[in-house]
Write a protein that binds this ligand. Structure first.
Ligand code: GAL
Length: 970
């Protein structure tokens, strides 16, 4: 058959040997642009010389499903076709591409940076060869004819290679990276060795190249036209992710020259620790897929820069290129901006897991060649990047055979790479034995296990030799803190372990970006939105940034948790600890500010003396001004000068400390007597807008019934039900106990149980409130109710005690008491209320400005904030609980002021609407504003993939008391 290559184990035919990615000054022609295109439903396409004059046009590079040909499909683990390697379905969308171009030269190289997944190439009707390995380059030698040439490329969605490309992402196809025609190079390949000896401060430079007579120039090092091979040992400034010093270099041979950049650094695993330039490094990392909401895995340079700049601005210092080598330009940018890179090979066979790993290519000798081919193409392409410090064999491809002498293609990849490039340690997570790699790597291990690993006290392997080897290795979490939806919670507990244990060298959050496609109907589309037969829903949207790269609260939290400077503030002094691995703090400026109830009353700058990595300095603070209200001192570290990734003044780290606690204002609620309250409430009622229908009776804290209404301070109640109707003139409805939140992805997906399933089973989303009694005692309106779900005998008893304060307020003390069996944490405990739709802006004093939850609260600081109701929402791709601001001392919304210490959530839809919504476009503002005032909420955790909420952040159903004061905001 014409298409036999689709089921071949071998990775390609007719290709040139893999080599480094670089641009020379030789002639080149970009073939990016509009190509002729036709999509067929099967691989048995038309002859290659078909008349294509009537075909459509398609941009190259692009992914055809995003240009209106077919639709994207998302699966995480499952192959979307039967598992019968090397066979693929007859329904195999096949794109024929044609490009006519004028020959720029006679002989050259045709280079494809990435074609998903298998393609064959013809030039002027003659077959050049075929290739697989979607995220790897393929090159073919070409002889051009003078004038017009016709290039034909046939791309198949499925091939045997698809079994090796089961990464958790959208299935998308086409020529999705650049295509270039290069004049046959003189310098075909080169390998830069640029080591750094931290003891002497010298770099050693040697450039291996097959080009005869090649010379090297590095003007800054005084090297000019010297033989490339070297080696040259001379004083240099080293490269690191923190100080990415690069030297411009030029390699010349046969009249051709190649410009490239050199970073001197030495990576080594020594004493069980990964060291760069002699120092232990800590990875504050993220896993980055290539994704754009319009173009899929086709990225332009601006998008790559946007990713890197955002990472740098959020204190991220490392990237794992999950799970394939990125566009080569990305690595040049990592060299330039400074990021540690784990370059991961384009390999994942996770779909064999659901069939018990039967037939896994990792343990099958027939697949050895494509495994080695992939590793070689990555290592050869990317070997000259200073930023690439670790090679990763791939992701979730099981293990090779564990039988003596059995096939282990992963080990074979490792052996090849170690031989070819002994300068970089190797990584692979999928084989916990870690027998052929240089670090022990895990994903989603819980804090307790990571702690044990950090102490080198992990559970032993059966094989003592392997165990000893592994126990001696450094440890990384190649994935942790699953950033799906609202979360991740519990980041700081991991960070503490990374600081505590030398062996724990950090981790890489899963993952950088939500892979949601722009969609007319859904806003952002995820798995299932294109009618896929099998899909994994919104599991594809689990990033620290939304699909449009807006940082999510998770990224803001991560930035704070991983800050490279710790600022510990006390009222008298500030201690600054440098947590960088290489640089001192001279690039930062430190300032302090004192805020009394959120208003700045004093500020200044701090002179922090030279403080090297790992060192600390304690500085006295000037005498702070006297204040009357709650007062906080904040110390900030910001960039002193602009960097390529952020302007001067960009904040890197901060610390905050309370220097004065709140005191009760004279006459405030606490000590007020009933009589005083009554006067105050009468005065408020008299001056407020609500005096019309209710009259408070002087001398008691309660008003008399007027038309079935009852006044308590500024509150007006339904006398029969005890329900508040108005407070300080603001209409309020439905003020009652609330236990429900729209489950987060982490609530919904836990292992082995999902807390949200328990909540629904218990009916927390459909609670009924039965009034037990309304009692009017002197000074108090007491309303008791029993809150329970249909078909359940467990309940929460709620007692609301309403009273007037001495200064015009309405105090509420809510006590709750669980009845029956509650063996699970509850979503929230607090009050909900419905306010008029006219509420537009919320001002508060408390934690902010972004949302925060008990286990994701490091980034929140005490201050005075104002935000519109719309801006208080966090637009998670899959709607869920969001927008909670904890630690609020007071909030003002639409004429109503609430005081106490509470969590605040304000939205234009109910929790039930949020729960029912599947896409952001399902959320339609109602004619009301819904407010939650929480005593507490359940933590977030990362159970959507990994450990759930740590016990200390659980919200158990226990007796509780919650006090609030309401008053008119005017
Ligand atoms: C890991 C996998 C990632 C991703 C993640 C869950 O097991 O390596 O590719 O699927 O889980 O989002």
């Amino acid at each position: 058959m014409l298409t036999d290559y689709l089921t071949a184990y071998r990775p390609g035919d007719g290709r040139r040997a893999p080599r480094a990615a670089f641009d020379s000054d030789g002639a080149r022609l970009s073939l990016n642009g509009r190509w002729r295109f036709r999509l067929s439903p099967t691989a048995e396409g038309q002859p290659v010389d078909a008349d294509f004059s009537s075909w459509d046009e398609l941009p190259v590079p692009s992914m055809w499903q995003l240009q209106g040909y077919g639709v994207p499909a998302y699966t995480n683990v499952n192959y979307p076709f039967p598992v019968e390697p090397p066979y693929v379905p007859d329904d195999n969308p096949t794109g024929d591409y044609r490009l006519e171009f004028e020959a720029p030269f006679e002989r050259g190289v045709l280079r494809f940076e990435g074609v998903d997944s298998c393609f064959k190439v013809w030039l002027n009707g003659e077959e050049l060869g075929w290739s697989t390995g979607s995220r790897l380059p393929s090159e073919f030698d070409v002889s051009l004819r003078p004038g017009r040439n016709v290039l034909a490329v046939r791309v198949h969605q499925w091939s045997a290679a698809s079994y090796l490309e089961d990464q958790d992402m959208w299935w998308l196809s086409g020529i999705f990276r650049d295509v270039t025609l290069l004049a046959t190079p003189v310098v075909n390949d080169f390998f830069v060795h640029a080591d750094y000896d931290h003891r002497t401060g010298n770099g050693t430079l040697a450039v291996e190249t097959g080009a005869p007579g090649a010379t090297l120039s590095v003007p800054e090092l005084g090297l000019s036209g010297v033989p490339a091979a070297g080696p040259y040992t001379l004083p240099v400034e080293p490269w690191s992710a923190e100080l990415p010093r690069l030297y411009d270099a030029e390699l010349s041979a046969g009249g051709e020259s190649v410009r490239f950049r050199i970073g001197f650094r030495t990576v080594a695993v020594e004493d069980g620790v990964i060291k760069v330039n002699g120092r232990r490094v800590l990875f504050r990392g993220v896993n980055r897929h290539e994704f754009h909401p319009e173009t899929g895995r086709t990225l332009d340079e601006a998008t790559m820069r946007a990713d890197i700049e955002l990472m740098k601005r959020h204190n991220v210092n490392a990237v794992r290129t999950s799970h394939y080598p990125p566009h080569p330009r990305f690595l040049e940018l990592c060299d330039e901006y400074g990021l540690w890179v784990i370059d991961e090979c384009d390999l994942e066979t996770h779909g064999f897991h659901p069939v018990g790993w039967r037939g896994n290519p990792s343990a099958d000798a027939r697949w050895r060649e494509p495994y080695l081919d992939r590793m070689a193409r990555m290592v050869e392409r990317d070997k000259n990047h200073a930023s690439v410090v670790i090679w990763s064999l791939g992701n979730e491809s099981g293990t090779g055979s564990k039988e003596p002498g059995g096939t282990d293609n992963l080990r074979a990849m490792a052996e090849w790479a170690r031989e070819r490039d002994p300068s970089r340690p190797l990584h692979y997570e999928g084989d916990w034995d870690s027998g052929y790699v240089d670090m022990y790597s895990r994903m989603y291990a819980g804090v307790e296990e990571v702690d044990a690993i950090g102490r080198r006290e992990e559970k032993p392997l059966d094989d003592p030799a392997l165990d000893e080897h592994r126990r001696g290795l450094p440890f990384v979490l190649c994935e942790y803190a699953h950033a799906m939806g609202n979360g991740p919670g519990g980041l700081s507990e991991y960070q503490e372990l990374f600081y505590r244990h030398e062996r724990c060298q950090g981790g890489f959050v899963w993952e950088w970006i939500d892979h949601g496609f722009s969609h007319e109907r859904y806003g952002w589309a995820y798995g299932g939105d294109y009618g896929e037969e099998l899909h994994d829903g919104n599991f594809v949207t689990d990033g620290l940034v939304f699909p449009d790269r807006t940082p999510s609260p998770g990224l803001v939290e991560f930035k704070k948790v991983i800050e490279p400077v710790r600022v510990t503030v006390s009222p008298e002094s500030v201690t600054v600890t440098n947590l960088h691995d290489f640089r001192d703090l001279s690039h930062l400026s430190f300032s302090w500010a004192v805020e009394e109830e959120g208003r700045e009353v004093a500020s200044g700058v701090l002179d922090v003396p030279e403080t090297g990595p790992d060192a600390s300095v304690t500085l006295p603070l000037p005498a702070l001004p006297e204040t009357a209200a709650e007062t906080w001192l904040t110390v900030r570290a910001a960039l002193a000068a602009g960097q390529p990734w952020a302007p001067a003044g960009h904040e890197i780290a901060w610390g905050q400390c309370q220097v004065r606690s709140a005191t009760a204002a004279p006459g405030a609620s606490a000590g007020a007597t009933a009589g005083e309250s009554a006067e105050a409430s009468a005065a408020t009622a008299g001056s407020g807008p609500a005096k019309a229908s209710t009259v408070a009776v002087a001398g008691t804290s309660e008003g008399a019934s007027a038309g079935g209404e009852l006044a308590v301070g500024p509150g007006v109640f339904d006398a029969a039900t005890g329900r508040p109707l108005r407070i300080g003139g603001v209409p309020v409805e439905d003020v009652r106990l609330d236990l429900w939140r729209a489950p987060t992805d982490n609530d919904l997906r836990g292992w082995p149980t999902q807390v949200a399933t328990e909540w629904r089973r218990a009916g927390l989303d459909r609670l009924h409130h039965r009034l037990l009694g309304v009692d009017r005692t002197a000074g108090e309106l007491v309303v008791r109710s029993r809150v329970a779900a249909a078909a359940q005998d467990r309940a929460m008893l709620a007692t609301y005690r309403w009273s007037a304060t001495g200064d015009g307020g309405l105090a509420l003390t809510l006590t709750t008491e669980p009845e029956g069996e509650w063996g699970f944490p509850i979503p929230r405990l607090g009050i909900r209320a419905t306010l008029p739709a006219s509420v537009d802006t919320v001002e508060w004093y408390g934690l902010g400005p972004g949302e925060a939850y008990s286990d994701s609260v490091q980034a929140a600081r005490v201050g005075r904030y104002a935000m519109s109701v719309d801006d208080l929402q966090t637009p998670y791709v899959f709607p869920q609980e969001n927008g909670h601001r904890p630690g609020v001392r007071w909030a003002e919304l639409g004429g109503l002021r609430v005081e106490g210490l509470f969590g605040l959530t304000v939205r234009r839809w109910t929790s039930e609407d949020l729960d029912a919504a599947r896409h952001l476009t399902d959320l339609v503002p109602r004619e009301a504003v819904y407010v939650n005032l929480d005593l507490a909420q359940q933590g977030l955790g990362t159970a959507s993939c990994g450990p759930g909420v740590l016990p200390r952040y659980d919200l158990p159903a226990e007796p509780a008391t919650f006090s609030l004061t309401f008053r008119s905001a005017v």
